[in-house]
Design a protein around this ligand. Structure first.
Ligand code: SAH
Length: 245
């Protein structure tokens, strides 16, 4: 029996942003192990699969990573078709590579399926072109939440000329602001904070580097949210409603 685990990105939330390959994997799955940030609506593509929730939101109830590893291995060795479903893309702040490596080391074949990562989805859904020609020469995905609490190279980030997209930043807004200001980024740098990107309850708060923490507080910004920091965040909002109508 060729044991195999599909490591699949569920995208940012909107079930229509799943890839066709993800849908194919979900169709075939006998076991689906899902994280908290996965929209349960995507499970409509699973036919009779057993759904196992192994979410771990920062600071809350958690399923230890070692337990998730062992569970995936056990199901795979039983010959089950296992889908490990993660929010966004499995390899962007998702610990997907740790899981893939561990499975490979234990002789389990892994098939990787991309998902649309929240940062890219959120920006585009708000009409923000992350790499606008002449404005941003690139985009840098960062998290303010490091495993060892080491600090980021704020000057490099502040002066790199790329748009910054910050994951897991809601509880760290003051640190991010202070770091980037100290690193030389202008206080007026535009910021967009996007909560629940791609979902019907998506909300968006436009601000500046200096004001983002207070503005987020007034807005009651909650996780999951991404921050887009850079000149592109000031782009006029597209008339998305008009386009959709
Ligand atoms: N692998 C995921 C990221 C997991 S880290 C991906 O590629 O998208 C979790 C962080 O992702 C959250 O703290 C938040 O910053 C971001 N995130 C995930 N889903 C989101 C959503 N629908 N809207 C805004 N941010 C989201």
């Amino acid at each position: 029996m060729n044991a195999k685990v599909w490591l699949v990105g569920a995208g940012p939330g909107d079930p229509e942003l799943l890839t066709l390959k993800a849908v194919k994997a979900l169709n075939q799955a006998e076991i689906v192990m899902i994280d908290d940030l996965v929209n349960p609506a995507v499970l409509e593509h699973c036919q009779g699969a057993r759904i196992v929730s192994v979410g771990k939101r920062g600071g809350c109830r958690s399923t230890p990573q070692a337990f998730i590893h062992r569970l995936m291995l056990r199901y795979a060795r039983q010959g089950k078709c296992v889908v490990r479903l993660k929010g966004g893309d499995p390899f962007i702040f998702g610990r997907g590579s740790e899981e893939a490596d561990w499975l490979s080391e234990h002789g389990i074949e892994v098939e990787l399926v991309n998902g649309i990562t929240a940062g890219l989805a959120g920006a585009t859904q708000c009409g923000i072109p992350l790499t606008l020609r002449g404005v941003a020469r690139g985009v840098t995905l960062i998290t303010a939440h490091t495993q060892d609490d080491s600090s980021l190279n704020w000057s490099a980030l502040a002066q790199g000329g790329t748009t910054l997209v910050v994951y897991m930043g809601v509880a760290k807004l003051a640190d991010i602001r202070d770091g980037l200001l100290a690193g030389g980024m202008p206080a007026t740098m535009p910021v967009a904070m996007i909560e629940n990107a791609s979902l019907p309850q998506q909300r968006e708060c436009r601000s500046s580097l200096a004001a983002m923490q207070q503005d987020a507080q007034a807005f009651q910004l909650k996780s999951p949210a991404i921050l887009v920091i850079g000149a592109v965040a000031a782009q006029a909002q597209l008339q998305l409603e008009a386009l959709r109508a």
